[in-house]
Design a protein around this ligand. Structure first.
Ligand code: GLA
Length: 385
């Protein structure tokens, strides 16, 4: 009987679309359908989590994380400003608990991120007089930070986003980045070298957004080829994939996976979400509670997503996962950026506050239609049997 297992799985998935999925998973963790189990032969399914989730305070999010994901990335607590807020002060308590949570739950733990132009405190780049420091001083600070943070979790954090977002949309290196203009071209190579010294077994990744756009991707590929030519240890490339309903095309997604895999590196989708609201970058930083007109234009679904948009959103997720599954030989991990719609940064960026719907679980933690669609992608089709 070839059709029976597929039908049984389908029935279970649909049952899980109400609310009992968490209870069902808890009662029967090995058999209940979940993202991590249905894609277990394809790739890891990860999620970015916050402190409320790994400390157990978020009773809605915690069981979703435990049921559906086998990899975790910290949304914020390992960023420089959080873990090393002052020159001689590290704040390891949240990171220690994050790593312990991942170990307790048998998850693949990802470190995010070591060298980035954002969420890095100003003191890193300046001396006591407020002037920019010289190359050697910044390299020493970078080395000390990486050795301390990566060294602390040696053998426990499996892979690190070593450098985040170093390239502009046209493929050139981000020239306004203090790391680049103080240290120079080799700041990326140095970051990878220091991370390798701190934990020679750790996987080291370059992570960036909009790699589906060819000019930017080509710039990143050029930099990675230079690192490879210099024998700098780099093991993977993270494509953030902060998507929209109209970007990127499915063809572009497929092309970027193939192009990145051709570097001989592990490819990871590291920050997946789908923004359904109007593009608002030109109003960046605006507080919509102070601007009623903009609020009407930009916060267009405050009471729920219209069915037609939900259908489009659901199809987008299914299309993405069909491509991921087709290229599962190249993809190591697909990580969502946050657990439920309520947790997403897209409610606050680039304007705040909005009601966005970018993920597979709604504000109450219930699986959405897109969840069911993604789960179905994992089922063998009649053709595959
Ligand atoms: C970038 C970073 C993430 C996160 C997201 C949005 O993509 O890599 O750490 O800050 O932006 O929140």
């Amino acid at each position: 009987m070839k059709t029976k297992p597929a039908l049984t799985l389908l029935a279970a998935v649909i049952l899980s679309a109400g609310t009992p999925i968490l209870a069902a998973d808890k009662d029967s963790p090995s058999t209940a359908p979940s993202l991590k189990t249905v894609f277990k032969d394809s790739f890891l399914v990860g999620v970015a989590i916050n402190e409320n989730q790994f400390s157990g305070k978020d009773a809605r999010g915690l069981p979703i994380v435990q049921s559906h994901f086998n990899s975790i990335t910290p949304e914020n607590i390992l960023k420089w400003e959080a873990v090393h807020p002052e020159p001689n002060r590290y704040n390891f308590d949240p990171a220690d608990r994050f790593v312990a949570f991942g170990e307790t739950n048998g998850m693949t733990i990802i470190g995010h991120t070591l060298v980035w132009h954002n969420q890095t405190p100003p003191w890193v780049f300046r001396n006591d007089k407020g002037e920019l420091v010289d190359r050697d001083t910044l390299l020493n600070r970078m080395r000390e930070h990486i050795h301390t943070v990566v060294g602390r979790y040696k053998g426990r954090i499996k892979g690190w986003d070593v450098v985040n977002e170093a390239v502009y949309p046209d493929g050139s290196i981000r020239a306004t980045n203090h790391w680049y203009h103080i240290i120079g071209d080799d700041f990326i190579a140095k970051a990878f070298q220091f991370a390798h010294e701190a934990d020679p077994q750790a996987e080291l990744y370059y992570n960036d957004f909009a790699l589906e756009d060819k000019p930017k991707r080509d710039g990143v590929i050029r930099i990675i080829k230079q690192l490879q030519a210099q024998k700098i240890p780099i093991h993977g490339i993270g494509s953030q994939m902060h998507a929209r309903l109209d970007w990127p095309s499915i063809q572009a997604v497929e092309e970027h996976i193939t192009a990145l895999a051709a570097l001989g590196l592990k490819v990871m989708i590291t920050e997946l979400d789908i923004d359904v609201l109007p593009e608002a970058r030109q109003y960046r930083g605006t507080n919509l509670t102070e601007n009623a007109k903009l609020n009407t234009e930009l916060n267009i679904y405050p009471k729920g997503l219209p069915a037609a948009v939900e259908t489009e959103f659901t199809k987008r997720y299914a299309d993405f996962f069909r491509v991921f599954r087709k290229h599962a030989d190249k993809i190591d991990r697909v990580t969502f950026w946050c657990v439920t719609d309520a947790d997403s940064w897209l409610n606050y960026w680039p304007v705040t506050p909005r009601v966005n719907y970018p993920l597979l679980f709604d504000r109450e933690g219930n699986p959405k239609l897109a969840f069911e669609a993604v789960m179905k992608v994992a089922q063998p089709t009649a053709k595959n049997k």
